[in-house]
Design a binder for this molecule. Structure first.
Ligand SMILES: NC(=O)C1=CN([C@@H]2O[C@H](COP(=O)(O)OP(=O)(O)OC[C@H]3O[C@@H](n4cnc5c(N)ncnc54)[C@H](OP(=O)(O)O)[C@@H]3O)[C@@H](O)[C@H]2O)C=CC1
Ligand SMILES: O=C(O)CCCC(=O)O
Length: 483
């Protein structure tokens, strides 16, 4: 990897301010999915290292929570500045370890850093309240206090931003943290630790454990010192962590799977809808939990939308994310390719028709052709499961009632999108969609000022915005009585 700032390429875990190997000496290889090249070898840690990180965080938090909010804010601000100064190198690390095109990786660095900047500011605004008491001899004071030690587990699809979105609010309010990044993308996490250290974050407040997910997750959830587990990833693992956390009654933040509907009404601006679909569906090659998974197009514009979308999709350049002009990188691994192939084959067997793409890309490895399928029905896997790949299945619908029922017919409830110019339709549909987030006439909804999160089996809690701060705070009620 050809980085300007070589200090960013760390290949050890980070516990209590020290760069460390696994107790066992075992290691994991990090590979570039575009080339299959091994780009780093990192330690494979387990429960014992996790316990040490938790203890370091416990000790560090005692002092950190007492630091004035302004001091915590200044350190976070410095961290933000360092990240932006190193944006190019950090973006290259992302592209090398998970494949997304460099332009998207640069965007992720700015997006991830925006959560640190935002929470550096919000750190100073953790207001309590006084409440009028029901009797004259009492006063009710409500204070907000940091929860304590926070453990985070994050996925490979946003190796930087999913970490900062969790760690920044935690540190801002006075919590201490330990993180377990996905084993496919530990390098972005370690680079963030390096820059946090350079920003002056005291040791023990941020720790990074890489390795066996079952052992690390087991310790994080069983250990009483950890008061909150925050996770982004599949619903299956989220459910498991929730079960495991029940013995110690932890708070949970869960950002889980989605099955986002993207609805185009007859009255929509069709070009805008196509542009939104391109962003929402093909961003990160379809590998985000808010990616459009089911595209519902009203009868009157179905064929026109399919044609316009296909014209854009055929232009997408697939390849190594470091190469000029590439906008679609490889999928994360061959398991991901097999899932996408299975969804496409299932749709074709049940009457779906390929408009473009539909198979592995000629480049080989885990590259897949950007794909559109039409004549899709609710019996197909693409209707029920998150494909997590560059496949746009087009469903046809009659009217608003019909499409709302189909859109809500899923156990998931993360992101949803629709395009319409009729204001009465806009309000009604936005209210009726059972989702935590609704994009109206836009395919891109994520930013640091907005509450990101889902309903139903898409998770618990919100990340980003002023609401995201509350997830790292406990309310303490103090009752003052006259004597
Ligand atoms: N909501 C979202 O943003 C995401 C959704 N997904 C969905 O999940 C599917 C599978 O992707 P995958 O990457 O396997 O997602 P996972 O949920 O398996 O992985 C997410 C994180 O959880 C960790 N993990 C896995 N098993 C456990 C466990 N038993 N205890 C504690 N931590 C665990 C992983 O570690 P390790 O890497 O070491 O296995 C990783 O850090 C995707 O196809 C997609 O549908 C995936 C990623 C993000
Ligand atoms: O896929 C995810 O894990 C969610 C991140 C995407 C976003 O923040 O828009």
């Amino acid at each position: 990897m050809n980085l300007t700032n070589k200090a960013l390429l760390r290949d050890k875990g980070y516990i209590d301010g020290a760069w460390v190997d696994a107790d066992s000496g075992e290691t994991l290889e990090v590979t570039n999915p575009a080339t299959d090249e091994v780009i780093a070898v990192v330690p494979k840690m387990g429960a014992a290292e996790t316990r040490r990180a938790i203890e370091a965080a416990r000790v560090a938090q005692k002092l950190w929570k007492r630091r004035p909010a302004k001091e915590r804010s200044n350190i976070l601000r410095k961290w933000f500045t360092l990240i932006m100064e190193n944006q190019e190198d950090l973006a290259q690390i992302i592209t090398d370890e998970m494949g997304k095109p460099l332009t998207e990786a640069r965007g992720e660095i700015a997006y991830g850093a925006s959560y640190i900047e935002w929470y550096a500011e919000e750190a100073k605004r953790v207001y309590g309240e006084t409440i009028p008491a029901p009797s004259d001899d009492k006063r009710i004071v409500v204070m907000k206090q940091p929860i304590g030690v926070i453990a985070s587990i994050t996925p490979w699809n946003f190796p930087n931003a999913m970490i900062t979105r969790k760690i920044a609010p935690a540190l801002a309010v006075g919590c201490a943290t330990l993180m377990k990044p996905a084993e496919q993308t530990p390098l972005s996490a370690l680079a963030l630790c390096e820059l946090a250290e350079q920003a002056g974050l005291p040791k023990g407040l941020i720790n990074c454990i890489i390795g066996d997910p079952v052992a690390i997750g087991g310790e994080m959830t069983a250990n009483d010192t950890v008061r909150k587990v925050t996770f982004t990833g599949s619903t299956g693992v989220g459910r498991l962590l929730m079960k495991q956390s029940s013995d110690t009654i932890k708070k949970l933040g869960l950002e889980l799977g989605g099955n986002a509907p993207f609805i185009v009404f007859d009255d929509a601006d069709l070009d805008a809808a196509v542009e939104g679909a391109m962003i929402s569906k093909y961003r990160n090659s379809g590998q985000t939990c808010v990616c459009a998974n089911r595209l519902y197009v009203q009868e009157g514009v179905y064929d026109a939308f399919a044609e316009k979308l296909a014209a854009k999709v055929r232009e997408l350049k697939v390849g190594n994310g470091l190469d000029d002009g590439v906008v679609q990188g490889p999928l994360i691994d061959m398991k991901a390719i097999e899932k996408v192939e299975d969804h496409v084959a299932d749709a074709l067997a049940k009457g779906g028709e390929i408009v473009c793409g539909g198979k592995r890309h000629a480049l080989g490895k885990s590259f897949f052709e950007p794909t559109i399928i039409k004549n899709v029905t609710k019996e197909m896997k693409v209707a029920r499961e998150e494909t997590f790949g560059p496949v746009a299945p087009l469903f046809k619908f009659k009217d608003a009632e019909d499409v709302i029922e189909q859109a809500n017919d899923t156990e998931f409830g993360l992101a949803s999108y629709f395009y319409s110019k009729d204001m009465s339709n806009v309000f009604r549909v936005a209210e009726e969609l059972e989702y935590g987030m609704v994009g109206v006439n836009t395919g891109l909804i994520s930013n640091e000022a907005a509450p990101f999160g889902g309903v139903k089996q898409s998770g618990l809690g919100r990340e980003g915005s002023k609401f995201g701060l509350d997830d790292y705070l406990e309310l303490k009620y103090v009752c003052l009585s006259e004597i």
